[in-house]
Structures are given as C-alpha cells and as structure tokens.
Design a protein around this ligand. Sequence first.
Ligand code: C2E
Ligand code: MG
Ligand code: MG
Length: 599
Amino acid sequence: MKKLMTALLSLTALAWASRKLMKRFPPEQAAADQGATGHVLAIADANADGVLTLDAAGRIEAANGVVRTLLGFDEHELRGRDLRVLLPQLAWSAANPEGVPSAELGGFWQARCRQGDMIEVEVTLAALPGTRSNGGPRYVCVLRDAGERRAQDEHFRHQAHFDMLTQLPNRMLLADRFKVAAERARRYGLSMALIYVDLDNFKQLNDSLGHAAGDEVLETVAGRLLDCVRQSDTVARIGGDEFAIFLAEVERADDAEVVAHKVVAALARPMTLVGREAFVTASLGIASYPVDGETLDRLMQHADTAMYQVKAAGGNAARFFSTRMESGILARYSLETELRHALANDQFEVYFQPQFSLASGRVVGVEALVRWHHPREGLVGPDRFIPFAEESGLILSIGAWVLETACRAALALRAAVATDFYLSVNLSPRQVREPYLSESLDRVLADLGFPPQALILELTESVLLGQGEGTLAALAEFRRRGVRLALDDFGKGYSSLSYLRRFPVDVLKLDRSFIDDVVEVPAASALVDAMVMMGHAMGMSVVTEGVESAAQLAHLAAHGVDAVQGHYCAAPSPAAECATCRAWFDLRLDTVPVGAEAS
Ligand code: C2E
Ligand code: MG
Ligand code: MG
C-alpha cells in the first residue's frame, strides 16, 4: 500500500513535469533549446519535491529551488554536472556505456548535500517521452526527503491507530492487538478479558460545562485508566465517552474484576474542572474470553450489555456479563424501541407517595413517581429506564406526560380531600434545558389551572453542576411564576454548598443514604443536623426520604427535619386510585411533638 502510494505520488510529479515541458518545448524545439528547461524548473518550484532535468548523458540541465532547500546546491553549481554528484551510488555509466539507463529507476538512495553529509532521499527517475536533449531522451529526476516522508508516514500511521485527544489506541489498533493476542490465547489456552467503560452523565457534563471541559475529563479519565492496568494491557478509546480495557492475559476471571473495581475507585476521585471540583463516574461491563465470546465483536457486544445493566442500576459500578442479560429487558436497543412503544400504548403510570409534616403529623404533599407496566417484565421502576430515556431524549415526552398526568390526578385529589397540599414532580437535567418544559408548564398552569404555589419541581444536583446561563434563567423563570424548586438527593453527588448560595431553592431533600444509619451512626446524625441547620439558615425547608422505621422517624422529628417521606409512613400508590390516596389524609404520624396539634 505504502509502495503504491509512493509510486503514485512520484508518477504524479513526473506527469506534471512532463506536461509542463511538453507545453513549453514541443519535442522538435526542445532538442535545440537546453537552457529553456530552467523555466520548467521555475514551475517545478511550486512542487514540494526536488526536481531536476537531465540530458541524455545524465548531466544536470536545471534544478528547482527545492533541490537547494534539500541539498544546499544552487542550480548554477549543478548545471552541466553529472547526476552522480548528488547520487554517488548511481552507477549508470559503467552499467550502461550509452549513458543514463533507458529503464526507469526508483527507490531510496543516499544523496550528498553541499556540506558533504548524506541524507536519504526517495528517487524517481524517468525519461520524458517526446523530448530530446543532447542526442537522446531528456530525463526528469524527482527527489523527496525520505526522512520527512518517514515522519509523515509515522504521523499518518499514528493518526490511523490512535485517538488524537487522549493519545490512546483507537478501535482499529485494539482490533489489531486483539487479533495477535487471540492467536496466542488459542494456542496456549489462555484467558483474556474485555472491560467496557462508559462514563455516566458525560453528555450532560459536556453540554453544561462546554466541550473544552469535556475534553479535559476525557484526558483525565484516559490517564486514570492507564494507571489501573499493566503495560501489556491495552486501554483504547472507542467512542465519545467510551473506553475499552483489553487484558491480554488473565489467570482467573477475578483478575478482570479487580481491575474493574480499581477503575471504578480511580474514577470516583474528584477532578478539578474549570476551577471547580467535579465527579465523574463510569459504568463498566466485563466479558471474558473465551467463555463470553471468541471474537472482539462478540466480547464488545457482551461487555456493552453488562455495562448497560450497570448503567440502568444507577452506574458507578462494574458487572460481569451473564447470558441471562442478553434476553433481559435491558438489552439496549430493544429498550429504546420499547420505551417509545410504552408512551404510545399508555404503559406508564404515575404513583404518588405522601410527605408528612413533622410539626403536624399530617400529609402536606405528594411526590409523583413514574412506573412502567412492561408487557413481559411487569412493573418496572424508574431507576431502570429513566437513564435510557435521558440518553435517547425520550425523557422529554415522558417527562411532559408525567407532569400533566400528575397535575390532573393531584387536582382530582385536591377536590376529593378538600385539602391544600403540594405536588412534587421530578425533572431530569435534560428537561430543564429544553424550552419544551416551559411549554408543558404553561399547559398545566394555564390550561389545567393548577395553582403554581402547589407545584414543586424536584431537581438533582447535577442540574446545577453546569449552571449554564440558560438553565439558571429557566429555573428563575419557574420561580417567578410561583413554582417552588426542591433539590433532590442532596448530598449524594456533586454537592457543593457554594451551588446553593448562588442558586436559590425552596426545599432541600436529603439523600436517603444519610437516613439509612442516622439512628446508629453518630456521624450520619451529625451530618443530618448540619444539613438541617444550613437549610434552615438559608430559608429552605428540609425533607427526608427513605424513612423506614419508627426509630428513624423519631430521630428526624427530634432533629428539626420539616417533613418526611418513606415506606414507614406510606408506600407509593397509583395516583389514579383515589381512595387509597384519600386515606393518607386521615393519617397522623405519632411522633408529633406534644402541643403541635394546636398550633
Ligand atoms: P427520588 O425522586 O429520590 O424518589 C424517591 C425514591 O425513593 C422513589 O423510588 C421511592 O419509591 C423510593 N422510596 C420511597 N420511600 C422509600 C423507603 O422507605 N425506602 C426506600 N428504600 N425507598 C423509598 P422510585 O419510585 O423507584 O424512583 C427512583 C427515582 O427515579 C426517583 O428518586 C427519581 O429520581 C426518579 N424518578 C421517578 N419518577 C420520575 C419522573 O417522572 N421523572 C424523572 N425524571 N425521574 C423520576
Ligand atoms: Mg424525587
Ligand atoms: Mg430522592
């Protein structure tokens, strides 16, 4: 291939020189006018190669400027001299007493520079058909700096095999290395493993912080991945935010798991991005050779399936491929089609879960939680499909449907219980950035007449991560209309108190993980105390979710939390089952401080 390219390039130069020569010096005239070849060389200066014309005896008639750049000789120093002044290894006179060989000549030769040193050049020498000089054919000789060529080849080779941003091998080089390793593995019965790494929320981060920050993340991730593997392993970048780690020799399957967990831990360390601390996690899927597949494609496919399962469970972990997964609901492509179908076929349903005030013990609000009635899998929770809906953009239509359906159901419930309570609706980061949300908000507020002060939009911290002007403006606009904002899962992700200062929310919803051991672990309790204090100091009300026991409830009530939500109080129920939801309004938590009833 390389040879062919070289030949083609040289032939192009020759054809070019020949055409110019023919144009300026018709054959009969050329024989008479040797000096005129200088004009040809002037034109040949536009060429990146050194070009010389020779008479039939191999004497130089003219040389273009590139020859000077390449070898240091001026044209007048060369005129009339044998080409062997430049290419001493040529031995045509001896081999061919008639002068320059009639056959064409090419290849790599040592050329002498004016200072006496030698450089390697690629030479193409050919007779110019139809021209004559000194009783024989005129020749054109093209010299190309082979060093530069090699560097260029090397550059192209590098470009073809490596990712320009991270300098990691690309898919092509990975395939090459796999082929070689698979040969060995087959012969000696070795095991290998492929780990598929996909960053969580990268698109979001890229959109909110900008591409430069996105690139920085990818470079940092590349460095951290390399730190987790041995020299003999390959870390490749195979897509935007997708990497593959190929372990060419593993003794036991556990080895791959060890590497995968190392990667999860390495990526979990904070990064500094645009002067701020950020967290980037990844979902990893592992496939083993030969059990999960014997070709790279098959292994990639299976590692990808495992990776998606991790992603659906919230990301930031690693998992082995198992054949059961393949037929599971989470097979990525069918999932997207099925989600589309679900929307068209009314398979989603909104559930409500009540929130109780700890001051009065009464229901003060409900959170809308979406569910999917999957035709084969039964009831599927949002954690298993919201990430896909986000990625595919389907979240926009699903989210709009949830908002409208929840508002309608809440209006019906308000009428049935004649009580003022608020409705919380979860929003994905992607929804917040789209004008679409503003439109669906208009619809529920204006068309349905839902009272804006009874609506709370729940956002996660990742929405605030970018703080793009558009996002901030959209959120400010919602608040201006009287809608309140809650920060969901607070303390779980990108938490930074400074976000809160710059970004006003009305409700702080502490992440479930703080509540889990709040009774037993003093540190967890101290954290909850701190967050409650801080939230109150900033004028927010503090809600906790995931309350599963009486002890937790009592603890939270004693520590100033404003409202609670959790299975201990009431599990989510279908919003349409009005009777069930109505019953909540008759409940009263029994941890209410004495005397609260009166106030
Ligand atoms: P979230 O907003 O933090 O919702 C609270 C989750 O905790 C719900 O899970 C709820 O069922 C669960 N939960 C309630 N009480 C308890 C408890 O006592 N113990 C435990 N272990 N869990 C409890 P669910 O319904 O599976 O929703 C998971 C997440 O999916 C939600 O977390 C929310 O982030 C997201 N989500 C739900 N519905 C929607 C939606 O319509 N749109 C969007 N964008 N996200 C949604
Ligand atoms: Mg929520
Ligand atoms: Mg939450």
